[in-house]
Design a protein around this ligand. Structure first.
Ligand SMILES: Cc1cc2nc3c(=O)[nH]c(=O)nc-3n(C[C@H](O)[C@H](O)[C@H](O)COP(=O)(O)OP(=O)(O)OC[C@H]3O[C@@H](n4cnc5c(N)ncnc54)[C@H](O)[C@@H]3O)c2cc1C
Ligand code: SF4
Length: 179
């Protein structure tokens, strides 16, 4: 792992200001980011810890929906009675992902923003256009049972919603429905 600095944000504004600086990365549960740092796929120079911010609430909205804070842990979201009753697929998808220990740390924001879970993206000895543009795609002829059916290209078959700012939560249900 490469050397980096660490700071704890005391407010959302402070976190946002720190996160836009070159080399900075927000850290929430760390269950994706730390793995990537150990493998040197991600090499941030500063980590901005947002875990003390009051963003862990699940609140009802006037139109009958739910507003889910970015720091709501996957376990807490899956167990929330409103989610279980009204969004059963979401609850089950969350419980199908990872392990209990990971779900206790993993946050909603981190789930949405995690990088792809393609095995070759994490293996720096293998070509991967997403990690190293132009190097090729090891998954095309490799182990690709968890990869996307729709939304692929000749350059990457991981698909958009295996992380990378799309619906990571839903990628959980898809991964498990294909296993
Ligand atoms: C063994 C294992 C199995 C897994 N299985 C599944 C699975 O089956 N299905 C599935 O969907 N996922 C799975 N995951 C992924 C897991 O859901 C994610 O690692 C987790 O949700 C990430 O949340 P986190 O809070 O730990 O994010 P972190 O690791 O802290 O952050 C992930 C990324 O999001 C960014 N980020 C986090 N919060 C914010 C924010 N508020 N604003 C801006 N950026 C932010 C970080 O900068 C980083 O780039 C698995 C992970 C592991 C290790
Ligand atoms: S599918 Fe995408 S993420 Fe996976 S090896 Fe190919 S280019 Fe990389």
């Amino acid at each position: 792992m490469k050397a980096f600095t660490y700071q704890r944000a005391d407010s959302a504004a402070q976190a946002a200001a720190a996160a836009v600086k070159p080399g900075a990365k927000i850290i929430a549960g760390g269950t994706n980011l730390l793995d990537l740092m150990k493998l040197q796929v991600e090499t941030p120079s500063n980590l901005v810890d947002i875990n003390r911010l009051p963003l862990d609430k699940i609140e009802g909205t006037p139109d009958g929906g739910l507003r889910i804070g970015t720091l709501v842990r996957n376990s807490d979201l899956a167990a929330d009675p409103r989610v279980r009753q009204r969004y059963g697929v979401l609850s089950r998808a969350l419980l199908a992902g990872a392990s209990a220990q990971l779900r206790n740390k993993a946050t909603t924001g981190g789930n949405l923003l995690q990088r792809t879970r393609c095995y070759y993206f994490y293996d720096i000895t293998k070509p991967c256009n997403k990690r190293n543009p132009g190097s090729g795609c090891a998954a095309l002829a490799g182990f690709n049972r968890i990869h996307a059916i729709l939304g692929t290209s000749e350059h990457c078959i991981a698909g958009r919603n295996q992380g990378d700012s799309d619906r990571g939560v839903l990628s959980s249900s898809r991964q498990h429905s294909r296993n």
